[in-house]
Design a binder for this molecule. Structure first.
Ligand code: SF4
Length: 258
C-alpha cells in the first residue's frame, strides 16, 4: 500500500450527506478497497493507482480540528474509513478525537472493530453516534466485493460492544443489492442492541462500470431491479415492510434511483 503524507487547509468541510452539516476526512483513500466504493472517483484527482492501493494521510488535521467549534453534525468520514488498518499505526483518528471539542455533534461510520480501541475517548463526547456498515452479504459475495474489510460478524459484535458501553450506535445497511443482501436476517441479528438504522441501496452510477459489469455477470436480475423504477419502488416498499414488522427505528431508506 502506498502511503502519501499531506497537509490539509482545513479540518471541516461542508457536506450534503443526509443529517450532517460537516465532514472530516483525515484520510483520502481506503485500504478496505470495496469494489463498489462511491469514493473511488477521488482517483481522478489523486493519480496514485487503483482505488484501495494508496492512502493519503492528512497529518495536520488534528491540529486544525483542535478545540474548533462547529454547529451541526460532523460526519467522519466520507472518502475513507477512519478506522482502516493504517490507523492502527498512524493514530490520526485517535488524535483528532483527543483534541476535538467534546461538544461537537459527531457521527462516525466505519466497517472496523478498531473503533473499540477509542471507546474511552468516544465516551467523552456529549453527542456522538457510532455506526457500523453491515450489509448482509453471503461470505462468497463479500469475498468478491469487499475482501479486505473486517468480517460482518466482527462488525455485528462491535455494534453489541458499543451498546454495552452505553454509546449510541446505528447500523448502516449498505449497499443493498436486491437478491444478494439478506436484510431481514441482519436486522434480526442486530435489533436487540442497535439504536437505529439507515438503509441504502447500491448507487449504481457511483459504483462504476467495472462493478456494474461484475454484477451483470453474477446476478443480472439484481442489475435489472436496480435500473428499474418499478423494481426499486417495490424494493423500497419491502424494506419499509421489514422496518414495520421488526419494529425498528429507521432514519432513512435511500434508493438512489434517478
Ligand atoms: S470501507 Fe467505505 S470508504 Fe473504504 S473502500 Fe469500503 S466503501 Fe469505500
Amino acid at each position: 500500500m502506498k502511503l502519501i503524507i499531506k497537509k490539509a487547509k482545513r479540518a471541516f468541510n461542508r457536506t450534503k450527506i443526509p443529517g450532517a452539516r460537516w465532514v472530516i476526512n483525515q484520510y483520502i483513500g481506503c485500504q478496505h478497497a470495496c469494489k463498489y466504493c462511491y469514493a473511488k472517483f477521488m482517483c481522478r484527482w489523486y493519480d496514485y493507482g487503483e482505488w484501495g492501493s494508496w492512502v493519503v494521510a492528512r497529518e495536520n488535521i488534528p491540529e486544525l480540528a483542535e478545540g474548533k467549534k462547529v454547529e451541526g453534525q460532523v460526519y467522519m468520514s466520507s472518502i475513507s474509513d477512519a478506522y482502516q488498518p493504517i490507523e492502527k499505526k498512524l493514530e490520526l483518528t485517535r488524535r483528532i478525537l483527543e483534541v476535538m471539542d467534546k461538544g461537537t455533534e459527531l457521527s462516525i461510520l466505519t466497517k472496523s472493530d478498531l473503533v473499540l480501541r477509542d471507546i474511552q475517548l468516544i465516551k467523552e463526547f456529549k453527542d456522538i453516534s457510532v455506526g457500523l456498515t453491515v450489509n448482509g452479504f453471503d461470505k462468497e459475495v463479500k469475498k468478491e466485493i469487499e475482501p479486505l474489510s473486517p468480517p460482518i460478524e466482527k462488525r455485528v459484535n462491535t455494534l453489541r460492544s458499543l451498546h454495552e458501553e452505553g454509546i449510541q450506535n446505528y447500523a448502516f445497511i449498505s449497499p443493498i443489492i436486491p437478491g444478494l443482501s439478506h436484510i431481514e436476517e441482519i436486522v434480526e441479528k442486530t435489533k436487540g442492541f442497535v439504536d437505529y438504522y439507515w438503509f441504502e441501496f447500491l448507487n449504481l452510477r457511483a459504483s462504476g462500470g467495472k462493478f456494474k459489469r461484475w454484477l451483470k455477470e453474477i446476478s443480472p436480475e439484481s442489475l435489472e431491479i436496480l435500473s428499474s423504477q418499478n423494481g426499486m419502488e417495490e424494493q423500497v416498499a419491502s424494506i419499509e415492510e421489514i422496518i414495520k414488522r421488526e419494529g425498528i427505528l429507521a432514519k432513512g431508506v435511500y434508493s438512489h434511483y434517478p
